[in-house]
Design a protein around this ligand. Structure first.
Ligand SMILES: Cc1ncc(C[n+]2csc(CCOP(=O)(O)OP(=O)(O)O)c2C)c(N)n1
Length: 659
């Protein structure tokens, strides 16, 4: 291995050497502890340390790094206290996740590190968001995100590089090309000869380095980072290396040919650098021995601190409390009586515009939302008022953009992501349910993102432009869900969702956009989250519903004049208003839950279960549900009408009353 020390001082070389030695010695210790059954799992980065170490040393301390499972060198390079780092692996309170997540799955803003979730890929979108925030704030900072060669097959990788390319984001996308993804060799993972060739396809620069040569990695990244700070743009950095141990310790390396192991053993980044420094007389054997002794002592001290504690005592209240970032909503009332007639769509647009005026850190992202104004024209005129930096057209890449939203919130900004149709949220699903929803609970980082979801059927748009998919998210702790049924609520709930630092799914029914209007305050206001609204009152039965269900119920009730019903509009689905539900059940003793979503596994099932468990003595009839058929949504209007529950509502009311 050829080293070129360039202009580096002895101090720099020794710093790099010690930074390489630390993770190696920690790992050697962890492998012993693993054999002694004192730690649970270990992903080894032995042989690859020069990449994490060189990159971390080349960056400024407040530049974000998004490492993976083999990047111990990043955590150590950022001078994370050993006792806390080791405690994190032990799942104790001294760690970074209150025992909730394992190994390297955590972030800390103090050290400007955002660790991966287990899923490979989503870290790239988050890196885009951090880089976008840095760029918008004109900070001249670089963000670095790590990938294994196997992980590059994931869609998130592709989407995020594409976004960074189109938006000129200062991100270094690192690929540690180490020959294997778990047991799968490169030739079964990708067809390209080398990853820098892929950079061409994204229209960005690709740079390849010997990932085992610390000076090459350090020097290259230092130069690239300097250039990116001045001239923001993404770079694909391919680091050629090899995985010297199994995927994780239990999986072994039987499938790796011995010759490969032997060849790469000779290229060990630490041994080679140590030999070079000894030869150049930058260090001597005494320093080598002294350093090892010193670091081993630091490790032992760290371990003693980490092993002081056992696993945390479970406290259900705290577990629930941390699901959401703390936020005491103060409901904002309009500052004047001024009102004007607004359609549902105008109310949403108005709320969004006023939120943009109120929160200068709010960024809107979505397909065609800039000059075109979005396919439904919600953001028409926004570019003129707020500029293209804050009203951003995105490429077709829902996952990367939701991830970008999280990245923005890590940098203290707010994001609104418009799904062109709620159906397409499937492409961003992982980022929502695993990243947005869990990040606060895992390591205390709020995900200040509102995802707007144009939803619902009735427009003969077929199975992929009509879905009601709120139940997918209802099952995910950490999200909040609002679903307004009228223009007043649409504006107030949107403004409230944007104020709250927690992640929201905001459902807006497309059929209501232009079909209903109302007198809506012109000023900014918010509506209490988690509060249902009783829209009409009667003693015969309670109809509990939301969204389009409200309008169907109103229409049918106006036809069934002899029947007097409580009509409860939930408005917020997560957390839903149990108190108001309980009140109406106790009053009418008969409950019908109505929703546009399909029956099985719909939100109605949960509410019905809760009522039967908590209000059983107040029921004169079983809780009944009416919902869409358990099929996909058909295109032809006759079939669609048959699918939707409206046509069955009247009979169901009669059935319930007869019981
Ligand atoms: C989305 C996703 N699919 C599958 C896995 C399981 N998995 C964890 S690591 C791994 C192999 C990763 O290979 P590579 O990206 O090359 O990184 P390396 O382990 O070689 O450093 C797999 C398949 C995962 N974590 N996430």
């Amino acid at each position: 291995m050829k080293f070129s020390r360039k202009e580096y001082s002895n101090e720099t070389l020794i710093h790099l050497y010690e930074s390489l030695l630390r993770p190696r010695l920690i790992e050697e210790k962890m492998l012993i502890l693993l054999r002694q059954n004192k730690i649970s799992k270990w992903f080894s980065g032995i042989g690859q340390e020069a990449i994490s170490v060189g990159i971390t040393a080349a960056l400024e301390k407040d530049e974000y790094i998004l490492p993976m499972h083999r990047n111990l060198g990043v955590f150590v390079g950022r001078e994370m206290p050993f006792d806390r780092l080791f405690a994190q692996w032990q799942g104790t309170m001294k760690g970074y996740t209150k025992g909730r997540d394992r190994s390297f799955h955590f972030g800390t803003n103090e050290h400007h590190i955002v660790g991966m979730i287990s899923h490979l890929g989503p870290q790239n979108g988050v890196a885009d968001g951090i880089a976008l925030a840095s760029k918008l704030k004109k900070e001249k900072k670089v963000t670095v995100v790590f990938n294994g060669d196997g992980g590059t097959s994931e869609g998130d990788f592709h989407e995020s590089i594409n976004v960074a390319a189109v938006w000129d984001l200062p991100v270094i996308f690192v690929i540690e090309n180490n020959g294997y993804g778990l047991s799968t060799p490169s030739n079964e993972q990708f067809r390209c000869k080398q990853f820098i060739d892929k950079a061409i396809g994204y229209g960005i620069e690709g740079v390849q380095v010997d990932g085992n040569n610390i000076l090459e990695v350090y020097g290259t990244v230092k130069k690239l980072a300097g250039s990116l700070r001045k001239n923001p743009r993404p770079i694909l950095l391919e680091c050629i290396t090899f995985r010297m141990r199994g995927h994780e310790e239990a999986s072994g390396t039987k499938y790796v040919p011995k010759e490969l192991m032997d060849t790469w053993a000779k290229k060990d980044p630490l041994d080679n650098f140590e030999k070079y420094l000894l030869k150049e007389e930058v260090i001597d054997q005494k320093t080598v021995d002294g350093n090892r002794k010193k670091i081993k002592k630091e490790i032992e001290e760290g371990l003693a601190g980490a092993f002081e504690e056992t696993h945390p005592e479970a406290n259900t209240e705290i577990e629930f409390k941390d699901v959401y970032a703390p936020f005491d909503q103060v409901v904002a009332n309009p500052s004047s009586e001024k009102k004007s007639e607004k359609r549902f769509i105008d109310a949403i647009s108005d709320g969004l515009r006023q939120s943009m005026e109120k929160h200068s850190n709010l960024v809107l992202m979505g397909q065609d939302i800039a000059d075109y104004g979005g396919v439904f024209k919600i953001t028409e005129g926004f570019v003129k008022q707020f500029g293209k930096e804050r009203v951003r057209n995105t490429p077709l890449c829902e996952a990367a953009i939701v991830g970008t939203g999280l990245g923005l919130s890590i940098k203290g900004m707010k994001a609104m992501v418009e799904m062109q149709f709620a159906d397409f949220v499937t492409e961003g699903f992982n980022q929502i349910v695993n990243n947005l929803a869990k990040t606060h609970w895992r390591w205390g980082q709020p995900a200040d993102v509102v995802v707007r979801m144009p939803t619902g059927a009735g427009t003969a748009a077929g199975p992929f432009h009509s879905q009601s998919n709120e139940a997918w998210f209802f099952h995910t702790p950490g999200l909040k869900i609002v679903y307004p049924s009228n223009p007043y609520d649409a504006k107030g709930l949107l403004c409230a969702a944007i104020e709250d630092p927690n992640p929201y799914m905001y459902f807006e029914h497309k059929l209501l956009y232009r079909s209903i209007k109302d007198l809506v305050p012109d000023d900014y206001y918010t509506i209490e989250i988690g509060k249902a609204k009783l829209l009409s009152e009667g003693n015969d039965l309670s109809i509990i519903t939301y969204g389009m269900g409200v309008h169907w119920a109103q229409e049918i009730l106006s036809e069934m004049k002899e029947i007097k019903a409580d009509l409860l509009d939930l408005r917020t689905l997560l957390p839903w208003d149990k108190e108001s539900v309980e009140q109406t059940v106790k009053k009418t003793n008969r409950v019908l839950i109505l929703h546009e979503d399909t029956l099985t596994g719909g939100i109605g099932g949960e509410i019905a279960a809760w009522i039967s468990e908590n209000c059983f003595n107040h029921l004169d009839a079983p809780v009944m549900r009416v919902a869409s058929l358990d099929t996909a949504i058909p295109f032809a209007p006759t079939l669609e009408n048959n699918f939707l529950p409206k046509g069955r509502l009247k009979n169901k009311i009669e059935e319930l009353l007869k019981f």
